[in-house]
Structures are given as C-alpha cells and as structure tokens.
Ligand binder design. Structure first.
Ligand code: ASP
Length: 464
C-alpha cells in the first residue's frame, strides 16, 4: 500500500515503502516524550494511548515534567534552583515542595503503586546533602521514568548504566553504544530516562538543556529501531519562524543535512546533537505532536527516498546580529597563507566564523557581533598589522544572515534568480551572498532592519 502521491511515508507504525510493491511493517519504534507531553497525569494518559495505538512502540525515553501552562515552572528549573540553594547552605524545603507536589499529583491521578514519597525523600536528601548540579538536575527524568514505567508496567532502566560520558563532559559514543545495546538486548519494552548518563566511575552527568532528545536517539541506535519518534507539543517543523511569517506551512519531509543547516540558523524543535546517532545509523526521526497523535508530523530521513515531488525550498531560517570584518590588501591573491593568518587571529580568541566570502584582493569574515565585542579593537589592530599599509581593514555591524535551504534546489534552475528578484521587488539591499557547493542552501546577508522583510519576501516567492 503506497499512498496516492507515491511518497514514502509511514503512519501509525506501518511503513509504506516502494519495495517491489511490498508493504514493510515496522518492528521497533523508539519514542521520546518531551516535558510538556508529561506535564501532568492527563498527559501521561495521552502517552499511554499513543503507545497502545501501535504495539511496536516498545521503548520510551521521557523528559522531566515541563510546563502545564504558560507561566508554570519546569521541574528541571526547580531542581537547579534547589541545588543552588543547597550550595549556598540555604533550606530547600519550600522549593522542593513544588517538585514533590508535581510528582504526587501525577501518581495520585494515575493510581500508581510505586512508593513515590520514598523516592522523593531520597532525592530531597541527596540535594540537601550536597549532590552535584548534574545529579540534582537528572532526578527530574529519573523520577518521571520511574512513574512512567510503573504506569505502563514496563521495565525501568537507569540511563546511568547505559549512557557513558567522558571526564570532559562529552559523550563517549562508542562505550554508550556498547553498553546501551547490551542493556537493551533482551528486547523487552523499557523506559530509559532522558538527559543524563554517567562517567565510568558512576558519577552522574547531564547533556545540555533539551538533551533527552539525544538519549532517545542513542536508544534508537542501540536497538536498531526502524523509526525514532520524538513526541512534543508541535506538529513538526514549520517552513519559517511563525513570529516572522504569518501561518507558515509545515514541513512534512526533510533530510538530516537540511535540518542541520536550518537548526544552525535557529530553527529549534530538536536538540542539535540528537540527529548524529540516528543519521549515522540511517534511522529516520519523526517529530510528532502528543496533542494531535494522528498528525503525521515531520519525517527527517537520510535521503528522503522515493520522492516524486520535491519542493524547491524546504525552509528558511536566519539570525540578526552579525559583524563583517572586511580586509583589502593589494596583491592579496598572490600571497599564499594570508587567509589563514587572518583566521588565526580569530582562532586565538576562540571565535568561530560563520562565512568567508572572498574577492581577488579582498576577503570578508562574518562573525557574531557578541563574540567579536570583547576583543574588537585588539583583533582589528592585529589584522591591520597583517595588511602592512597595503590596504584597509574595517568592520560593519547590524548584519542579518538568512539561509534558504532545500534539497530541491539542485534540480531547479533559476532558484537564485527568483530569490534575488523577490528581494529586489521588496527593495532589500543584499550585503552578502554565499552558496555552498552542495547547492543545499543560499545564504544572504542583509541589514538587521531588513531581516523580517527578507524572510517574508523569500517565503512568499516560493510558497505563495
Ligand atoms: N529536562 C531537561 C530540560 O528541561 C532535559 C530535556 O527536557 O530534554 O532541559
């Protein structure tokens, strides 16, 4: 069964692939549920019914309970606050009571058998007793996982036993793959809390905020899942930021490469590091909405197979607040290593550059204004020294960078012409242009006050 458009798609556990007309049934789906999907007992019930809809959803990675309403607090934030109070040797009772109430209300609402009070007491004692920051923060997911495992009647597996960190706080990818796959080898359904793991000596460490997405991807790779489902409170990615473009279209299919470009420029739904383990293993990620379980969401895959119709552009994302360092030097083109020397000046200050368009005797380096600010004068002086009275060095600020991303660009000629005509019709001055050799994106630089107009002009040119 292939859908009428012939597109590769799957829904509620069935993958319709054009494999000699055969229908491929998915055998294993790993699900990750974000904080807003687990904010109260009603959300827990929604999660269970999503799992019941499709029995191949066999593993669950939870975040900690998030906000129930706009001004609510996330459990993780409360835990960080408790840790900070304990570090100042202040009492944590009043703050911890808020955390206690959240979990008790969920347990009561779901009629759980688990002795939640006992677990909460242990966490409170740990925080008050001076446990480190990461341990304290990780308890949000740990407790949520215990409750969820009890509610589902699934096994609970502590992520500290499967997700391995290096001393410097980075993930030990190889060891994690080895340990997690061994831990999950029996194939029994399990709940593995997100966001944390441990050093080899057992000390708990966390990822950066939003890191449960990474745990979900690691579990998906370890069990060789067919799909990694990331359940959240939106129905996937939108083609542009809805604060800039009115009601932008949804992205139904995107490749990992495209997503990397868009998330680098600010499109956020999934933690940036969550795509590496699954992308490498060729496992697609499906962003889904817990509150709209039948919406197919966004499918992220390695190469968007069997596509018949590929839209010219997949999405637009951008940022304000860049500076351009422009360097001109006569005969620059003959001077081997000049570009490297300029970049070395930035490297010495730990500044990473975004783009570097070059001319024959000139080059520009685009950097975030905030990164340049602390060393601005010093950097300009050093680069001026490299120019040796044979040119000029200047900086201009207020540059916005906008990336228009699309795997469809390779197949369509005239995309750049359309993009620049749309900008010209909107009377926007282009300050910088860059197109990667992959033909996956066109990058334009404009004045900060033209940012919103540029995103709108490009969006409406391609989407209507
Ligand atoms: N609970 C953590 C946070 O709020 C991690 C996560 O939700 O993924 O950032």
């Amino acid at each position: 069964m292939i859908d009428s458009t012939g597109l590769w798609r799957y829904d509620i556990g069935v993958c319709y692939e054009e494999l000699e007309g055969k229908e491929t049934v998915l055998e294993c789906i790993v699900t990750k549920f974000g904080g807003s999907s687990l904010a109260n007992d009603e959300q827990f019930r929604k999660v269970r019914s999503i799992l019941e809809l499709e029995p191949t959803r066999r593993y669950l990675v939870p975040s900690a309970p998030g906000k129930r309403f706009k001004d609510d607090e996330k459990v993780t934030d409360l835990l960080y606050r408790c840790h900070d109070l304990a570090a100042e040797e202040k009492p944590i009772g009043a703050e911890f009571a808020k955390i206690r109430d959240r979990y008790l209300a969920i347990a009561r609402g779901l009629h759980l058998n688990l002795d939640v009070e006992k677990e909460l007491d242990q966490v409170e004692q740990g925080i008050a007793g001076g446990q480190n920051r990461d341990w304290c923060a990780s308890r949000g997911e740990y407790l949520c996982g215990l409750l969820m495992a009890d509610y589902l009647g699934w096994k609970f597996l502590d992520a500290a036993k499967g997700v391995v960190f290096n001393e410097d706080g980075t993930l030990n990818d190889e060891k994690t793959q080895e340990k997690l796959s061994a831990l999950l080898a029996d194939g029994e359904s399990a709940v593995v809390p997100g966001f944390y793991g441990a050093l080899e000596n057992g000390q708990v460490m966390t990822f950066s905020r939003g890191g449960s997405d990474i745990t979900g991807a690691l579990v998906a790779r370890a069990v060789k899942a067919d799909v990694y489902e990331n359940w959240t409170d939106v129905s996937g990615f939108l083609m542009a930021d809805p604060r800039i473009v009115n009601a932008p279209a949804e992205i139904s299919s995107i490749t990992y490469k495209e997503l990397r470009e868009l998330s680098h420029m600010g499109a956020s739904v999934l933690h940036e590091d969550a795509m590496f383990p699954v992308r490498q293993a060729g496992i697609p990620t499906n962003i889904r909405n817990t509150n709209k379980p039948y919406h197919p969401g966004t499918m992220i895959s390695r190469d968007a197979p069997q596509e018949i119709y590929v839209p010219t552009i997949t999405g637009i994302a951008g940022h304000k607040g860049y500076s351009v360092i422009s360097v001109e030097k006569s005969m620059m083109n003959n001077e081997v290593g000049f570009g490297r020397k300029v970049l070395q000046v930035l490297e010495d200050k730990g500044i990473s550059f975004e783009h570097m368009p070059t001319g024959i005797d000139s080059l520009c380096v685009v950097v975030p204004t905030s990164a340049l600010a602390p060393y601005r004068e010093e950097i300009l002086e050093t680069i001026t020294g490299l120019v040796e009275n044979r040119g000029t060095v200047s900086v201009s600020d207020n540059l916005s960078i906008i990336a228009t991303v699309g795997r469809g660009m390779v197949h369509n000629c005239g995309t750049a012409a359309r993009l620049f005509s749309a900008m010209s019709r909107a009377r926007i001055n282009v300050r910088m242009i860059d197109q990667g050799s992959s033909e996956l994106s066109i990058i334009v630089g404009v004045n900060d006050n033209d940012f919103e107009a540029t995103v709108n002009a490009i969006y409406h040119e391609f989407v209507g």
